[in-house]
Design a protein around this ligand. Structure first.
Ligand code: SAH
Length: 367
């Protein structure tokens, strides 16, 4: 295994032009006034983008043509173009490969379940956290995505659902920041994106905060900052090991913030928001699946979080060039049993999209 350096500061090169979805309602009004248009045009644009889910200026017939062209050019620059879409699970999972304005590639994954439709979004192109079992982490960080590049992945999925392009079941209901990137390493843009996702239309897309999950490797100070943001999204912490010795290698950022600091920040989040925290644990054969580690995980979580934790065990998805694989089912069952026996709720997470390299840890946007 080669050591990949941790990267916290993404290069700014390639960031896209300003877009309506980067801006708050007040900023949109100011931007429209600066362009010499009447303030109410900001509401009209917002209605088209966030309520009608369209980016096509020719469909915005309530705005006079000249104003429409100027406003669209300045506030609705094209951000993401579909390069390819692939489906599996009999059409219930769909991965989209996107190209940004500067050629940067990223992916998002739409998943249809009987009771909900979830979009897994990217917050960065690539990732700087270097986790050795994750394909995105192995590719390194290319750049942060802008707020609007994050929001537009969701707008496009919501439009596809509304148009019945992806099965007939209703609307996009859930968003998980579990695609490419470490969301809390792109903090401000991700927090702003959450506001755009959750604010009622036409200010935002009107998706319930309870249905949005932000997943992190455990950037403890940023977890506390998110707790103080006044949001109540679900927080997921990718733990993957109950002991610092192993976590230092599986999640290299553990060398900076240890398990105890990560769990203290998770506890702070749960206390501030009143929400249970999800603990993600990718189960890897003979690596982190030992009975003693299950016991240690159980006691650690009971001590730090008690009933405020729920453990999701994720059978490891294969990644190119890696020798590691998922634990055998009996080992997995015993692991889950032991965590539950410690008084901590624990289930195995349904995993989707393996055959199209769309599952957790497989997003590489490498065509
Ligand atoms: N950077 C964030 C969000 C993206 S990953 C984070 O790490 O939380 C979403 C989840 O998939 C994380 O829990 C991550 O650890 C997990 N994951 C990564 N690679 C995986 C793999 N090969 N198999 C199973 N889960 C994996």
């Amino acid at each position: 295994m080669t050591a990949i350096p941790l990267v916290f500061d993404a290069p700014r090169r390639g960031m896209p032009p300003r877009h309506l979805a980067d801006l708050s309602v007040a900023q949109r009004r100011d931007a429209v006034l600066e362009l010499g248009e009447k303030a109410f045009r900001a509401n009209q644009l917002s209605h088209h983008y966030f309520s009608r889910l369209t980016v096509d200026p020719t469909a915005m017939t309530d705005i006079p043509a000249a104003a429409r062209d100027r406003l669209a050019e300045q506030l609705l620059p094209p951000l993401l173009t579909v390069v390819r879409q692939v489906e599996c699970d009999e059409g219930a999972t769909r991965k989209t490969l996107w190209r940004a304005h500067d050629g940067t590639m990223l992916e998002s994954v739409l998943m249809r379940y009987p009771d909900r439709v979830t979009l897994c979004v990217s917050s960065q192109a690539g990732c700087g956290m270097a986790c050795p079992f994750c394909a995105t982490g192995q590719g390194g960080l290319e750049r942060n995505l802008s707020t609007a590049e994050i929001v537009d992945q969701i707008r496009a999925a919501a439009a596809a659902m509304r148009e019945g392009e992806f099965g007939s079941l209703g609307r996009l209901s859930n968003v998980v920041f579990m695609g490419m990137g470490e969301p809390l390493a792109n903090y401000r843009r991700v927090a702003d994106a959450v506001h755009r996702i959750c604010d009622p239309a036409p200010g935002g897309l009107g998706i319930s905060q309870r249905s949005v999950t932000v997943s992190t490797v455990g950037l403890a100070p940023a977890m506390r900052r998110l707790a103080d943001e006044g949001l109540s999204v679900r927080l997921a912490v990718s733990l993957h090991a109950p002991d610092d010795e192993l976590r230092d290698t599986l999640v290299p950022v553990n060398n900076r913030w240890k398990i105890s600091e990560v769990l203290a920040a998770a506890r702070y989040y749960a206390d501030r928001t009143g929400r249970r925290v999800s603990v993600e644990y990718a189960l890897i054969r003979d690596m982190n699946d030992h009975p003693w580690r299950a016991d240690l995980l159980g006691s650690l979580l009971r001590e730090h979080l008690g009933q405020l934790a729920h453990v999701n065990v994720i059978p490891l998805n294969p990644t190119p060039g890696s020798q590691w694989d998922a634990s055998p089912k009996p080992v997995e069952r015993e692991f889950v049993r032991r965590v539950n026996a410690a008084g901590v709720s624990c289930t195995v997470r349904d995993t989707r999209g393996q055959e199209i390299a769309a599952a957790c840890g497989q997003l590489a946007a490498d065509g």
